[in-house]
Design a protein around this ligand. Structure first.
Ligand code: URC
Length: 309
């Protein structure tokens, strides 16, 4: 079909496809205390007979991209399995449900999570993204004193339960619902400054210290119920400062990466905290510095380290 009449150039429709790109779906399987996480970025695009949409503005064949997004969430309710199987299910669904959809292109990225190891045991509902983080270090020598600040960024962690957010002030702009069971996820940026004495004494094994601080940050994230990311940061700092007398202070900058429960009731499905939409922006941004009471707050070794308050 072409829209051609004698006053216009003759045009044919070439290759075309359309759909929803980058649907961020997180599926938590929580039948037991050992939760499983499947975290995907899915793109769905349909091919078939869409001539009328292009030529006549007739959308009778246009399965909305919004419906394609919802289908990703709806099918995820039964689990993902593997990205390949999940995409095959999407392909079968669209081509069998809509006669004029003859094919399409479905693509997924899957993000790998490992269980946080806490006190030597794999944690049931706290996870860390595999191999994402970057270690960093700064040395400042001014006159006599040598300062060392170590840190990391991109340590992506998630707990699929044991996090809530209640008790906040309500005003006319408040729409957030209180919850005692949400996903808590963040990319940890943390820096920690060693005491000048420990550095002067040559007492620090930096590689060992890094590994241990990283492990303690993960344990602090995993272990306790979180009433807010703010409180979790304190618990992480407390663990590090308790175990490492050679460290004087820590600074954190952590996005609160919101995961919104998808309402599956329009599709006749329940959603007992299993299928989430992982939003990328806006995000909360929670920053806090913690130091020993005995340490002053004006150490200029921090000058030039961006990204912390
Ligand atoms: O852990 C949180 N801290 C906040 O300050 C906050 N604000 C918000 O809307 N959600 C959350 N969660």
């Amino acid at each position: 079909m072409t829209p051609n009449n004698e006053n216009t150039s003759r045009i044919v429709l070439g290759k075309n496809q359309y759909g929803k790109a980058e649907v961020r779906v997180v599926k938590i399987t929580r039948d037991t205390d050992r939760h499983e996480i499947e975290d995907l970025n899915v793109t769905s695009q349909l091919r078939g007979d869409f001539d009328a949409a292009h030529f006549d503005g007739d959308n009778a064949h246009v399965v909305p991209t919004d419906t394609q997004k919802n289908t990703v969430y709806g099918l995820a309710r039964d689990g993902v399995g593997s990205p390949e199987e999940f995409l095959l299910r999407l392909a079968n669904h669209f081509t069998s449900e809509f006669g004029w959809v003859t094919g399409g292109r479905w693509e997924a990225e899957q993000y790998a999570w490992e269980r946080i190891v806490s006190h030597g045991e794999e944690h049931g509902h706290s996870f860390v993204r595999r191999g994402q983080e970057v270690r960093n270090a700064v040395v400042v020598k001014d006159g006599g004193a040598v300062q060392v600040i170590s840190g990391l960024n991109g340590l992506t962690v998630l707990k699929s339960t044991q996090s809530g957010f209640v008790g906040y002030p309500q005003d006319r702009f408040t729409t957030l619902q209180e919850t005692t069971d949400r996903i808590l996820a963040t990319d940890v940026s943390a820096r920690w400054r060693y005491s000048t004495e420990a550095i002067a004494n040559g007492a620090v094994d930096f590689n060992k210290s890094y590994d241990d601080v990283r492990a303690l940050l993960l344990e602090g994230f995993a272990e306790e119920y979180s009433y807010a990311l703010q409180q979790t940061l304190f618990q992480m700092a407390q663990k590090v400062l308790d175990a490492h007398p050679e460290i004087d202070e820590l600074r954190f900058s952590t996005p609160n990466k919101h995961h919104f429960l998808v309402d599956l009731t329009p599709f006749g499905l329940d959603n007992p905290n299993e299928v989430f939409y992982a939003a990328d922006r806006p995000y909360g941004l929670i920053e806090a510095n913690f130091r020993r009471e005995t340490v002053t707050d004006d150490n200029n070794a921090w000058d030039g380290i961006a990204g912390f308050c």
